[in-house]
Write a protein that binds this ligand. Structure first.
Ligand SMILES: [Ca+2]
Ligand SMILES: [Ca+2]
Length: 250
């Protein structure tokens, strides 16, 4: 048995296929690679170019468990974000879209309307995992002015080999407003203040890997999702809560 941890598999495709309106986060076409070994903290790189909201993508890898001398590598290109870990290695991956700061400190350089002018209830992310051979959890955090934030932590889906269509995880935008929610694949929604989804200053994806994880994720955007499609596709307790909250507001 090889202990290679390929995190080539966490393909995050956020909502592309449902409508024309979309706030593109990252097409994952600008190549980037970062490798880390145990000790010495995380290793990070910063890449700028077209197809990245706020121009710059910050990526760090932090190996937390490893036999001597082995490590993990995150790479981006051809529409995918991947993480490859060597034998027995477990590591965490962080991807930030926070404008040009050249730092893994969380900046505030975005001015992003995740709704793209649409009702929050009609928008969401679809995060597709194309390959994940070990358990992992991941979070998506949205930040806005004044220290407001909302972070959704989810269980990732494992796959038996590479799945060409990907295995989707759905994150309705309204989920960021469902502070305290736990249910389904959602392990928690942690809020500080009231995040303004129309004025996002930073987005952050975190992947918490376990040993021998190979993960691949696809390109990322927030897109319009027709409600019947949402109901049919999601049917999740998270969306149910979002719909409940919306009815209360009406
Ligand atoms: Ca940055
Ligand atoms: Ca940063």
């Amino acid at each position: 048995m090889t202990f290679k941890l390929k995190v080539l598999a966490a393909a995050i495709t956020m909502g592309f296929s449902f409508g024309a309106n979309a706030a593109v986060i990252d097409l994952f076409t600008q190549a980037q690679s970062v490798s880390d070994l145990l000790g010495g903290g995380a290793t990070s790189t910063f890449v700028s170019g077209a197809g990245i909201v706020g121009t710059e993508r910050d990526v760090s890898v932090d190996v937390i468990t490893s036999p001597i001398g082995l490590g993990a590598t995150a790479s981006v290109g051809s529409g995918y974000l991947s993480l490859n870990s060597q034998s027995g290695v477990a590591g965490n991956l962080v991807v930030q879209w926070d404008g040009v700061d050249g730092s893994m400190a969380l900046g505030s350089g975005l001015s992003l309307d995740l709704t793209d002018g649409n009702p929050i209830a009609s928008m969401g992310f679809v995060i597709r995992t194309y390959n994940a051979d070990s358990p992992f959890t991941f979070s998506l955090g949205a930040y806005s002015a004044g220290g407001a934030s909302s972070v959704i932590l989810l269980n990732g889906h494992t796959t038996a080999g590479f799945i060409a269509a990907g295995v989707p995880s759905y994150i309705p935008l309204a989920g960021f407003q469902a502070c305290g929610f736990v249910g389904g694949d959602v392990l928690g929604v942690t809020c500080s203040g009231s995040v303004d989804l129309t004025q996002i200053s930073a987005l952050e994806l975190r992947v918490y890997g376990t040993a021998d994880l190979d993960l691949t994720i696809g390109s990322a955007s927030s897109s319009q999702v027709p409600e019947p499609a949402v109901l049919a596709l999601l049917g999740s307790s998270l969306f149910g809560l979002a719909a409940f909250r919306r009815r209360k507001q009406d």
